[in-house]
Design a protein around this ligand. Structure first.
Ligand code: P53
Length: 485
């Protein structure tokens, strides 16, 4: 008996900047991803002042999906994908970001890509902004520091909604909009909002201002989209790392509750259409002096999302210190503790499959809209054998453990889950480290951290396993049914 809905959207996910390459082809302008270097396993990428001679930028070529997508989509179809999540590189459509007319060559590229998906009955799931804002908007306007960027974003949204209204039904506005709740981490504010905090500035206030402009931009995009095609399903997208209390000490529980509020106010606003009460008071008490107008608040109410998309990789834990203020103020760069009950990936990410079931129930209780698992996966070192096989048992185990918990949430708990698009459909450039060697894909790409490699594609063991999972609509998660070539 099939336990999951018949139309369940099995698939895989990537983002434009992490696969396409061709960073200056077809009239594309620079994006924030084009000025970030590669880091090692445990340090952060550097953000350079424009593209600098002598630096290596892994996203410039990535895995050359821009040229090789017909073969890649064919491989997705071979796995049985019902959906494929990618993003539209904003700077292919508006190279500088502040033009009034879109770039036809950029639009034509996504026509070809979406047509290729539809040829195999693969439903595109499209993120409007996935860490790839036009770099010109950063240098000229300070990214989402500026209210003007709302208009630049909605102009972009309107152009692609119009162009692809008969090809794309599922949309997401901002990828992992809540990453920047970790406002002290340079990477998050830059990739989410195109912002670098200046010395002496209050990073938390900067984050709340940018986040506000983004939820307004998202609400406007939702309204524009529904006018263009009432059948559009337009979602919000958050990184769901739940924050557990480290112990049953009441102060730890309060600290974890505030951490969850601080991480999920974005989706609170995008789903419910209004700010949570604690945040309005907190922002006032802290004298952040934010530009939030009554017109904005009315707009938020009118532009609530149809569903909530989220990524799930890991869970966090937090503990109260001895000197908490009355807000239990949460600073993610300092306030996390190690959860000793769960293992960690090679990159230190806490692997917690049950956290996915917890999250699905938490979102269902809080939001009452359908949810879509649009990312889930593990970054790992893969070994390409001499016969071109990749035995990625650890990836199969990770995904199987998570799918089991997802099935419990759907079948036993009744959570309305639209689909599951693991990260990643094919190997990508890691967002946080710029590495190719932090691999996520079902399909191995012969490319190394220094940019060398043939770019040839090879099916990993997880490719055949996932193919069988989709074939049985998730009934059989074992490897026995998987057919190798
Ligand atoms: P990478 C932080 C925490 C959770 C997910 O991440 C995150 C991040 C930002 O790094 O990003 C998402 O490549 C993101 C993808 C990214 C993927 O998770 O840093 O939406 O673009 O590649 C995995 O290992």
């Amino acid at each position: 008996m099939t336990e999951l809905p018949k139309n369940f959207l099995w698939g895989g996910a990537v983002a434009a900047h992490q696969v396409e390459g061709a960073y200056n082809v077809g009239g594309k302008g620079l994006s924030v991803a084009d000025v970030m270097t590669a880091a090692g396993s445990h340090d952060e990428r550097r953000i350079t002042d424009g593209v600098q001679e002598g630096e290596f930028y892994p996203n410039h070529e990535a895995v050359d999906f821009y040229h090789q997508f017909p073969e890649d989509v064919k491989l997705f179809a071979e796995m049985g994908f019902k959906s494929f999540r990618t993003s539209i590189a904003w700077s292919r459509i508006f190279p500088q970001g502040d033009e009034t007319e879109p770039n036809e060559e950029g639009l034509a590229f996504y026509d070809r890509l979406f047509d290729e998906c539809l040829k195999y009955n693969i439903e595109p799931v499209v993120t409007l902004s996935h860490f790839e804002m036009p770099y010109h908007l950063v240098t000229e306007y300070g990214g989402f520091r500026s209210r003007k960027t709302i208009t630049f974003f909605t102009r972009f949204a309107e152009a692609v909604f119009n162009r692809y209204k008969d090809k794309v039904k599922y949309w997401l506005t901002f990828n992992e909009i809540n990453n920047q709740s970790n406002y002290n981490r340079e990477f998050t504010l830059f990739t989410n909002s195109g912002i670098q905090v200046k010395p002496g500035e209050n990073a938390e206030a900067v984050m709340y201002q940018a986040g506000h402009y983004e939820v307004v931009a998202s609400a406007r995009a939702v309204q524009i989209g529904h006018k263009i095609n009432p059948d559009f399903q337009i979602g919000a997208m958050v990184a769901f790392s739940p924050v557990y209390p480290a112990t049953d000490k009441p102060a730890d529980v309060l600290k974890a509750q505030r951490a969850m509020q601080a991480r999920f106010w974005f989706s609170d606003v995008q789903v419910e259409g209004e700010y949570p009460s604690w945040l309005t008071r907190y922002q006032k008490a802290k004298q952040f002096n934010l530009d939030i107008t009554p017109e904005d608040l009315a707009e938020l109410k009118k532009g609530t999302v149809d569903y909530l998309g989220f990524s799930y990789y890991m869970s966090f834990a937090t503990a109260a210190s001895d000197h908490e203020d009355k807000y239990y103020s949460y600073n993610e760069s300092e306030d996390l503790v190690t959860n000793t009950y769960v293992p960690r990936s090679d990159w230190g990410w806490q692997v917690d499959p049950e956290g996915l079931r917890y999250g699905l129930n938490w979102m269902n209780d809080r939001y009452h809209v359908p949810v879509f698992i649009v990312e889930n996966g593990i970054g790992a070192i893969d070994k390409l054998e001499a016969d071109h096989q990749v035995h990625d048992q650890y990836r199969i185990k990770y995904l199987r453990d998570h799918i089991e918990q997802m099935k419990l949430a759907i079948v036993e708990d009744g959570v309305d889950v639209m689909g599951y698009t693991p990260w990643s459909a094919i190997d990508i450039v890691s967002a946080s480290t710029g590495q190719l060697s932090k691999r996520y894909g079902f399909i191995y790409v012969d490319r190394n951290d220094d940019g060398s490699g043939s770019l040839a594609r090879y099916r990993k063991d997880s490719f055949y396993w996932y193919q069988h999972v989709i074939e049985t609509n998730g009934d059989d998660l074992s490897e026995s049914g998987a057919k190798h070539a």
